[in-house]
Ligand binder design. Structure first.
Ligand SMILES: Nc1ncnc2c1ncn2[C@@H]1O[C@H](COP(=O)(O)OP(=O)(O)OP(=O)(O)O)[C@@H](O)[C@H]1O
Length: 288
């Protein structure tokens, strides 16, 4: 399908007549959502304040397991802020305050009993700019399992490092230079190293904040393939400015605007038949 005429929902037309005749060129959606995927994370009426400024307003969203959920929307709409509520990274920002409830598997992630360090191992994060530690490739991956006591001795740790690098699609490229600095890898390799580092501590959720924005198209394609492979095991939430990327890698999409969640649904529906006018305007490039 190359072109599709979008029929606007009731009340969404700007001109006369019933039909919005703007042409949508939705990017091809590669994988459909699994309607039976269980919910992994539940957000209810989540608001976030930076000092007096409210950045997120009453966001309620269910995020399914073993699915890639894309968060899209114009710059400053609160995508990264929402992403950070899931592993309490906003706790690290002076003046930030989160209200509302975020549950993972039914457990309140903001409960006093939850150790944020352990939470961040369960909910790993990959940032825009690859951020390997200034250590060897091996140490980048081994560090987390070691501090979390996940390996009983060196052979087991070696096994975790190898397995994590394999699952991140990097093993073949680095097997013969595990003791070279991680920072000596290419940008795309560094981003896969960071993903291996996240995987090594057995996360359940991987949050990705524009993970390809610093990468070239080939490295981007490699990370997108990897995301697609990883979704078999993990709940993945990705912030992206690329509509094509959201369509390629995600099965669910949530559209944010001015700190509010405007619309969420199966990626295919969001890109071909959005319910809200603002979603249509954004995905057709009218703003953003
Ligand atoms: N540490 C902070 N201190 C104060 N305000 C912040 C902070 N981080 C974000 N904000 C503000 O909160 C709002 C939402 O920002 P956020 O980074 O979550 O948006 P975003 O949709 O991820 O944007 P972008 O796509 O540009 O990364 C913006 O108005 C931003 O200026």
């Amino acid at each position: 399908m190359k072109f599709k005429i979008f029929h606007a929902p009731d009340g969404a037309n700007s001109g006369s007549g019933d039909t919005d005749t703007r042409v949508l060129t939705p990017p091809p959606v590669l994988h459909s959502a699994d309607p039976d995927a269980p919910t992994k994370i539940t957000a209810r009426e989540v608001s976030v304040f930076y000092g007096d400024k409210q950045a997120l307003h009453d966001v309620s969203l269910d995020i399914p397991d073993k699915t890639v959920t894309a968060l899209i929307g114009p710059s400053g709409c609160g995508k990264s802020t929402f992403l950070r509520t899931m592993n309490r990274m906003n706790d690290t920002i002076p003046g930030a305050r989160v209200v509302g409830r975020i549950e993972m598997d039914g457990e309140d992630v903001n409960a006093k009993s939850v150790d944020p360090v352990l939470l961040r191992a369960r909910v790993g994060m990959v940032f825009q700019k690859p951020n390997p530690f200034p250590k060897t490739i091996y140490e980048n991956v081994a560090y987390g399992p070691r501090i979390h006591g996940l390996a009983d001795g060196k052979p087991e740790l070696d096994g975790i490092v190898e397995d994590s690098l394999k699952r991140a699609g990097l093993w073949e490229e680095v097997a013969d230079r595990l003791h070279s600095p991680g920072t000596g890898l290419s940008g795309g390799q560094q981003q896969r190293l960071v993903i291996a580092r996240a995987i090594a501590v057995e996360p359940e959720v991987i949050l990705m904040d524009e993970p390809c924005s610093a990468l070239d198209p080939i490295a981007t394609a490699r990370i997108e393939e990897l995301i697609d492979e990883l979704r078999e095991r993990y709940c993945i939430v990705i912030v992206t400015h690329s509509m094509a990327q959201a369509a390629r890698v995600s099965q669910r999409t949530a559209f944010f605007h001015l700190g509010r969640l405007i619309e969420t649904g199966d990626t295919e529906d969001i890109f071909t038949n959005p319910r809200e006018r603002r979603t249509l305007d954004y995905i057709t490039g009218r703003f953003g």
